[in-house]
Each structure stands twice: as structure tokens, then as C-alpha cells.
Design a protein around this ligand. Structure first.
Ligand code: NAI
Ligand code: MG
Length: 515
């Protein structure tokens, strides 16, 4: 994607082709038509270069509006503002209770604007508005409330110490948890608001300050959230929001010497670039990266829940989930029944623009993602994989892909090894439990997994044998602000959510006093 200088080339209407052949015109919320600026030090400003880029409606490819193309100069200013807000000013002197209440107010404001945010997520990302309304936005609200509660509960411990080379001396020793400092947060486009919440929540609870760079495909909800952050009374400079491209604004943030920590969610490829960029001054890094999550159906599973569960494991959010259940291992006893059931579910899914009330699956986020997924589908089919449902693009405009189930896949095929990030599942039969565990673990990723069984001890055994950060049993895609989420292996470093997330935003200081 390229930034370009634009004046007022904004379209006020997005045309969304409905799947029944008619074309529904969507009235954009007035906020979308207002000029977009960067949030730096509590002020809304243009990019230093004056450049902007377009954000699109993925169901049509039409421009929704333009946002500033922030770059190094803007990142420099935002980092300076975050540093000043961290070192002096009201954020530092606020009590933890006041900080917690500000985060809670942000959650309340988000709740008051729940419909507006669901619309923004649907327009910018393409996801069904109804899904954003019940999942993305409520999860973001809940995350802020959960983290608001932590603000007053971060504390160290006291220790009796026995120093062998100081016989007879007495000490009083304790630890305290301190905010890590200025955090650069780089987020993806699959859950734009929720990923902003996962990042901002723990940073604010611990007293850090932030420069947030939303994904270039979906900048809108973060910018609107910036306005609510101000209304919530979070002081100027605590949260700075710089929209821009990954290679420019993102790279400038990842390598910035004024940043103490980078928190990144996105591709494993860019995760490795972040680590390199952060290496020169050893900033702390947390990464939430890709996955190729195995979903295992045992012979004793209840198929009435396992079949719809396997379908929603991959088709939720159009497969654009880092934890999508993209490798479906089914015992031979049930293989035909399960793949037929998942194929039937795939064929029934109503694909269409996210803003249509009856849509169950929207478009992929961008033409780039459409081409990536279509390329992988082509490669799989060329190598002998067979679609039982889907396998092709849906329609001729917008970035829609048919919900797809592939059989006849072999280990080593790209569709079996790589993250597809689209509505495509590879179904594989197995007979031996140990073999399926090995196959499940035989991948560079280790983000999530699931097992479907009615045998309690098997559930625990397999949960323990799978090398992944989350294992769901008889369910999939269950998220909660209290439940840590993150990856083994190349799926990342560290955990988001839960008390674990706070570890990544704090330093522990040991204080030792001779009495
Ligand atoms: P990406 O990793 O390029 O983008 C994620 C974020 O990183 C965006 O904010 C982007 O602007 C930023 N970024 C890109 N290059 C950067 C750089 N050199 N330095 C700093 N920041 C940079 O992901 P992309 O290209 O949008 O999607 C490609 C694939 O990545 C997908 O097909 C999927 O497999 C995976 N992905 C995984 C996600 C997850 O939740 N783990 C989310 C999005 C994508
Ligand atoms: Mg990219």
C-alpha cells in the first residue's frame, strides 16, 4: 500500500453489493466523513508530511475515507509526548485508584457507543456488524473493565533474606512493580478495536504510556477510541495514536530509541523484523503471531457439538483469526460424517457485506489477503487437495472467498503448513491417538488447539500433550479478559490478557534496607 497526497477525495457513501443481486447503499456514520488526524500529546494533528492514505470498504473496494500517513517524524513527536507524560505530569502522580477509574470510564463510554463501534468495525474490516456488536465491542469493553480492576492490585512482596557473607546483619527487603515506561503498540486488522483494547488495557492499568499504530487496513476504530480516551480523562500524551503504514510508521516505532517496549500482533514474518529492530537497544518485546491450530475430534466425541464447533473454529471471522482451527484431525470412524457436516455448514453460510443484517461471513480485509488466500487454495488444489465445499472466490467484486473444506491433503503441502488466514480448513483422517498428537505438534506454530471428546481423562491427557498456548476442550474460540492468550514456538512471546499480561508491562524492583 502506498501513501498519497490527497485533498478531499472522500466518498460519503459505500456501495455494498448484497448477495441477492441487489445493491444496498450504506449511509456512512457522519464521523467517518470528518477529517482524520493523528492523536499526539492530546492534540489532533495532520501527518508532518501532509500525506494521507485511503481506508477501504472490503465488500466493495471503495474508499471509506482517508487517514494521515504518519511516518518517522510523527512517531518521533508521539514518542516524545509519551515520554513526557510518563516522566512528569498527572499520569505519574495519579493514584492507582484514579487510574483504574479512568480506564473504567473508557469502558463505559465504549459501551455508550457500542452500535457506532460495531458499524466502524464492520465498515473498515468487513466483518458482520452483528458479530462485532456481540463479540468484538463487548470483549473490548470487558477487557478495559478487567484491567481497570488490576490498577489497584499490582503489588510486590516482602522477603526474609539470609545473606551468608553478612552474618548477624538484618535487612528488610521488598519488591515493587513499576511500569515499564513508553510502550510502542503495533496491531493488526482482524479485530481492530479488540486488539487495541488488549494492548491499551494492561499498559494503562500499569501506568505506562503508549504510542499505538493501528493496521493500515483498519485505522478507524482506534482513531474514534482516541476521542473516547480523551473524554475519559486520560491525560494528554498518555495514549498517542499514529496511523500509517507498517514499513514506515511501524518500522520507525519498532526501532525507536525512546521506546522501552514493543507489543506487536501480526504476522510471524513481521514479528521477526520487530525483534531485529528492537535488538539494537534491547527493548523488551512481546509478540502475538501466527498459528496453524489443530482441532482434534476423538472417536468418542459428541458429533452434534463437534461438527458445528469445527465449522465455527475455522469460519469465525472468515478464518482471519490467529487461532483459527485450520487443521481438522478426525478419527477415521467419523471422518466422512464430520467432513460432510462441515461441508454442509460451509455451503449454508450466508456470505455478503458485513453491513447486511443477514450476513454470516463478510469479505477478507483486502485485495492482498484475497490474493494470498486464493494463491494458497490454488497451490493446494494443484498438489491434489480436493474441496468438498468452496475452493474459489465468492462473486466478482469485493474480497469474498467461499467457505472451504479441503480433503486429500498431505503433510508438507503449503495449505497444511502455512497460516492461510482465510475460511479454509484442511481435514485429515487419523487412527492412532499418539500419531495425531505428533501430527498436531509438528508445525512451527503453537498458538491454540482443541480436542472434542466425552472422556475426561483423555481431554486432560491431550490438553497436556499439545504444545500450544491455549487448548479448548469441547469448545473453540472462547476468550475472556481473565484467560491468558499467546503462543508457544513461533506463535510468539508472552501472553495477552489475564494477570500474565501485566508482567509484560512492569519491571520488578527489589529494595533491600539494612536495619
Ligand atoms: P502484518 O504483520 O504485515 O501487519 C500487522 C501490523 O504490523 C500492521 O499494523 C502493520 O502495519 C505492521 N507492520 C507491517 N510491517 C511492519 C514493519 N516492517 N515494522 C513494523 N510494523 C510493521 O500482517 P499483514 O501483512 O497485514 O498480513 C499478513 C499475514 O499475517 C496474514 O495473512 C496472517 O497470516 C498474518 N496475520 C496474523 C495476525 C494475528 O492475529 N496473529 C493478524 C494479521 C495478520
Ligand atoms: Mg504486511
Amino acid at each position: 500500500m502506498k501513501a498519497s497526497k490527497t485533498s478531499s477525495a472522500r466518498s460519503s457513501r459505500a456501495k455494498a453489493p448484497a448477495t441477492n443481486g441487489t445493491t444496498a447503499s450504506i449511509e456512512l456514520p457522519p464521523w467517518v466523513r470528518e477529517p482524520k488526524r493523528l492523536l499526539i500529546n492530546g492534540k489532533w494533528v495532520d501527518a508532518a508530511s501532509g500525506e494521507t492514505f485511503a481506508t477501504l470498504d472490503p465488500s466493495t473496494g471503495e474508499t471509506l475515507c482517508h487517514v494521515p500517513a504518519g511516518d518517522k517524524q510523527d512517531i518521533d513527536k508521539a514518542v516524545a509526548a509519551a515520554r513526557a507524560a510518563f516522566e512528569s505530569g498527572p499520569w505519574r502522580t495519579m493514584t492507582s485508584s484514579e487510574r483504574g477509574r479512568a480506564i473504567w470510564r473508557l469502558a463505559d463510554l465504549l459501551e455508550q457507543h457500542i452500535d457506532e463501534f460495531a458499524t466502524l468495525e464492520s465498515l473498515d474490516n468487513g466483518k458482520p456488524r452483528a458479530v462485532a456488536r456481540v463479540a468484538d465491542v463487548p470483549l473490548a469493553i470487558d477487557l478495559f473493565r478487567y484491567m481497570a480492576g488490576w490498577a489497584t492490585k499490582l503489588h510486590g512482596s516482602t522477603f526474609p533474606i539470609s545473606v551468608p557473607y553478612a552474618p548477624g546483619a538484618r535487612f528488610f527487603s521488598y519488591t515493587q512493580r513499576e511500569p515499564i515506561g513508553v510502550v510502542g503498540q503495533i496491531i493488526p486488522w482482524n479485530f481492530p478495536l479488540l486488539m487495541a483494547a488488549w494492548k491499551l488495557g494492561p499498559a494503562l492499568a500499569t501506568g505506562c504510556t503508549v504510542v499505538l499504530k493501528p493496521a493500515e487496513q483498519t485505522p478507524l476504530s482506534a482513531l474514534r477510541l482516541g476521542e473516547l480516551i480523551q473524554q475519559a480523562g486520560i491525560p494528554d500524551g498518555v495514549v498517542n495514536i499514529v496511523t500509517g503504514l507498517g514499513e514506515t510508521a511501524g518500522a520507525a516505532l519498532a526501532g525507536h530509541p525512546g521506546v522501552d517496549k514493543i507489543a506487536f500482533t501480526g504476522s510471524t514474518e513481521v514479528g521477526k523484523l520487530i525483534v531485529k529492530a528492537a535488538a539494537h537497544d534491547l527493548k523488551k518485546v512481546s509478540l502475538e503471531l501466527g498459528g496453524k491450530s489443530p482441532n482434534i475430534i476423538l472417536p468418542d466425541a459428541d458429533l452434534e457439538t463437534a461438527i458445528p464447533g469445527a465449522a465455527s473454529a475455522i469460519f469465525f471471522n472468515h478464518g482471519q483469526c490467529c487461532c483459527a482451527g485450520s487443521r481438522l484431525y478426525v478419527h477415521t470412524k467419523h471422518f466422512d460424517t464430520v467432513v460432510e457436516g462441515v461441508a454442509a455448514a460451509a455451503k449454508k453460510i450466508k456470505v455478503g457485506p458485513g453491513m447486511s443484517a443477514d450476513t454470516e461471513m463478510g469479505p477478507l480485509v483486502s485485495e492482498e489477503q484475497l490474493n494470498r488466500v486464493m494463491g494458497l487454495l490454488k497451490s493446494g488444489q494443484a498438489e491434489g487437495a480436493k474441496p468438498l465445499a468452496g475452493g474459489a472466490r465468492h462473486g466478482k467484486s469485493g474480497y469474498f472467498v467461499q467457505p472451504t473444506i479441503l480433503v486429500n491433503t498431505q503433510p508438507g503441502m503449503r495449505v497444511m503448513e502455512e497460516e492461510i488466514f482465510g475460511p479454509v480448513v484442511c481435514a485429515v483422517p487419523y487412527t492412532d491417538e499418539q500419531e495425531v498428537i505428533q501430527a498436531a505438534n509438528n508445525n512451527i506454530y503453537g498458538l491454540a488447539a482443541a480436542v472434542w471428546t466425552s472422556n475426561l481423562s483423555k481431554a486432560h491427557q491431550i490438553a497436556s500433550a499439545i504444545r500450544a498456548g491455549t487448548v479448548w476442550v469441547n469448545c473453540y474460540n472462547i476468550f475472556d479478559a481473565a484467560l491468558p492468550f499467546g503462543g508457544y514456538k513461533q506463535s510468539g512471546w508472552g501472553r495477552e490478557m489475564g494477570a500474565e499480561a501485566l508482567e509484560l508491562y512492569t519491571e520488578t524492583k527489589s529494595v533491600c534496607i539494612r536495619l
